[in-house]
Design a protein around this ligand. Structure first.
Ligand code: N1C
Length: 266
């Protein structure tokens, strides 16, 4: 048989989004070991080889536009990790600020402070039905190709579990410098709010933060926040809201010490 025939591979499909992150497998494995051995050694018993295999098995050799929650179930089962009551922190359009905060408040957890979120944060991945390889050239774009793509379904699945597991008072950092501070189409608005369990979540505490120097566009009294309040009321969850929660404001001021709105704190 001519070598050329053995080496021929069907062409991978072309998508509008960027392809799988280079060295994805090694990055996932490295992050898994970093998290379970160094960040939270109490999780040292987790089998990172098995976890990363389950992760890639969820999407390899499959159509990246027909990804399902079930694809990620084996991975979810290997990575259960309860967050203590009162310590869950959600965010929407405020990723950097929320993570700056949990870096300092080590007892609080965003999804990226749990194993799966830590492993997947910032990465892209997809497979192809005609190949057992990852597609490093392109992956489906949420808008232009399909919404049920391998990484959007992943974030929906893990965000859902993160919300289902939450208990006590839960927190959310929202961005008051954009028009839709509470966006019903965001993962927070679409998935997390609806997967909180009212029998164990007594209250959602929102912190609406304004970027330093921006013109305020939304605050706790805005209609988008009122919408969140109504949704929670229907779900029997108490809501409270605070503008520019001081501990987080101080973190913003660390990055903008000279700004007039920070002056009174120095
Ligand atoms: O759509 P969002 O925000 O409201 O999602 C944030 C919300 C958080 O509370 C997290 O628990 O949902 C969870 N989450 C992530 O942790 C996460 N890490 C990285 C959701 N999405 C996450 N990503 C990527 O950012 C993912 O690709 C998704 O589409 C964006 C959502 O960010 P957003 O719109 O600011």
């Amino acid at each position: 048989v001519p070598v050329g025939i053995l080496m021929w591979r069907p062409p991978l499909k072309q998508w509008k989004g960027e392809g799988t992150t280079a060295h994805l497998y090694e990055i996932l494995l490295g992050r898994c070991y970093t998290y379970t051995q160094i960040v939270r050694p109490e999780l040292g018993h987790k089998d990172c080889q098995k976890i990363v295999k389950a992760f890639t098995k969820a999407f390899l050799s499959k159509d990246p536009c027909s990804s399902t929650e079930q694809d990620y179930q084996p991975l979810m089962e290997l990575t259960d990790e309860p967050v203590p009551c009162n310590k869950t922190l959600f965010w929407s359009k405020s990723s950097e600020l929320a993570h700056d905060y949990t870096r300092v408040r080590q007892d609080m957890f965003t999804l990226e402070d749990t194993l799966l979120g830590y492993m997947a944060d910032g990465l892209k991945w997809c497979g192809d039905p005609g190949s057992s390889e990852m597609n490093y050239h392109s992956c489906p774009d949420w808008r232009e190709d399909c919404s049920n793509n391998s990484f959007s379904v992943f974030w929906n699945t893990v965000s859902k579990r993160f919300a289902e597991d939450a208990c006590g008072v839960v927190h959310v950092v929202l961005n008051g410098s954009i028009r839709n501070t509470f966006d019903e189409r965001s993962t927070f608005g679409r998935v997390e709010v609806f997967n909180l369990h009212p029998e164990k979540v007594n209250r959602l505490q929102a912190w609406v933060m304004h970027d330093i120097g921006s013109v305020h566009s939304d605050s706790c009294s805005s209609s988008s926040i009122n919408n969140l309040k109504q949704i929670l009321k229907r779900r029997s969850i108490t809501f409270s809201c605070q503008n520019n929660y001081r501990p987080i404001r101080l973190l913003q001021c660390v990055k903008n010490p000279g700004h007039s709105s920070c002056g009174s704190y120095i």
